[in-house]
Ligand binder design. Sequence first.
Ligand code: AGP
Length: 609
Amino acid sequence: MCGIVGYVGGRQAAPILLDGLKRLEYRGYDSAGIAIHNCRHTNLIKAEGKIKVLEEKLGGAYPEGCAGIGHTRWATHGRPSDVNAHPHTDCTGDFMVVHNGIIENYQELKEWLQSKGHVFKSETDTEVIPHMIEHFYDGDLLEALKKTISRLEGSFALGVISRREPGTIAAARKSSPLIAGLGEGENFIASDIPAILQHTRKVYILEDGEMVKITKDSVEVYDFLGTPVAKSVFEVKWDAVAAERGGYPHFMLKEIHEQPRAFKDTMAGRIFPEKGEIRLDDVHLGKDYLQNLKKIFIVACGTAYHAGMVGKYIIEKLTRIPVEVDIASEFRYRNPMIDKDMLVIIISQSGETADTLAALRESRKQGARVLAVTNVVGSSVSREADDIIYTWAGPEIAVASTKAYSTQLIALDMIALYIARILGTMPDEDAKDIIAAMKKLPDQAKTLLESEDRLKAIGQKISGHQDVFYIGRGLDYPLSLEGALKLKEISYIHAEAYAAGELKHGTLALIEEGVPVIAPVTQEHLFEKTLSNIKEVKAREGYVIAIANDGNEEIKKSVDDVIYIPKTHPILSPVLTVIPMQLLAYYAAVARGCDVDKPRNLAKSVTVE
Ligand code: AGP
């Protein structure tokens, strides 16, 4: 996610802003910028790259001024570049804005503003905001912001300064975090507590639908209608390290809890239930091309490969195009039979995995079109693919992938629907049902996360075992592969996943009294079959933990424990079922005293073969 810092007070703003941005670097970013206002004018400096590039641009001479805003950008719309970095300005340079989030309706706003003569410089969604404020400004910055945000759709945490109102910062929050810091003769705004913790421990945590106007001596909070809101002061007790994790003990747990927001952002501006439509701006697969498509390959490593295996089931079901899934390190050496009538989907959170990048290059060399699913704008994979879908999950810091995996599944759901709608391989009503169910996933994930305590207890229970098995049928099988990987890579427990029907062909020999077996049974058309496999395990006195859809009472009779997930469309179940698996693995690893965020022997991005 992007980082925001703002300051108004009696001290020079530039060093305070730069230091605050450095304390947000853990969030990941690709460019940075600051705007400093003194009595006469506003200095705007921004640069692609790390903050030290920005400092080099400043040449050691900080612009003077006691008010300003700063930003570190995690690109979503528009590649990393100087011009796409924040702050963004309007036509006159009177208004400067920093923003974290996604403005879903930015294209229509941009067209409307351009029709009124506004000239845009960047490729970003954010730039519509200063131009909207310019349009509405009539002597009151907060009023102009209020009118602007009433027309924005999507998520935003934003800060505005203007030379029209020196010594004032206006800010607003909807779905992206924002706080106001309360100092002595100085006040702050920030995306996150670490940015201002050295200056004050007194903050207002802004809620969705709240605006704030700060000066050096005042912090006034309002709702989006302009009604004053009384806020209580939150006293920060965390140290700097805990603050970076938003108070969570590990980045992994923080990122598991960020999934509802990541789902919402990844679907933002892309799914339209009322029309049953999918809009993928950076994907250009035409009807003729798709009608001639003979095969789809999905190629990736690790967790991304497991997402690809789920994608195979879904794309084949909705489009009836054959899909072959390959581990990237195998794909490039097996002399794959690829030609121009084949599409290769490359999945990579980092967009830098060496084997996956090599598979992309091999595919293109053999004439195939490449569609990339990646979480990092400007990554190598994103630059070399023909088409791209970004999972707007925000930076994933923990080595074990969680929110990237689940948003990869959502991206693959969107690809399957996108192709099926163009080829007409599914009825409108079915598409509308699935897309309507997708809209509910963020809230359903939030509900699931509320049952964390139960998962903590189960995770602690399995932490004492050396071997754990995962079994599933249909979509629950590739999902089990991901559950097993999560457990083994952070808790070092030996975990294996099997197609439930395969257990009796050998692995059942390893099941003995008390051995934990995790059994997702979300695919109701396969329930009876999987139930018989579960009974095979119980006959050997294994300890079975089922993951079932809400309302499935029958499963209780046959297993030792049941974790329920909210009911959704069967093809979307993996997006929710993976969450309890992530939490089980997390709490098992914590119980074993493992280094959850940085497991032994592993790296976040494997950029070597
Ligand atoms: C997942 O928890 C692991 N960290 C690892 O398997 C990872 O998914 C794999 O290395 C692929 O990384 P990528 O998605 O960045 O290409």
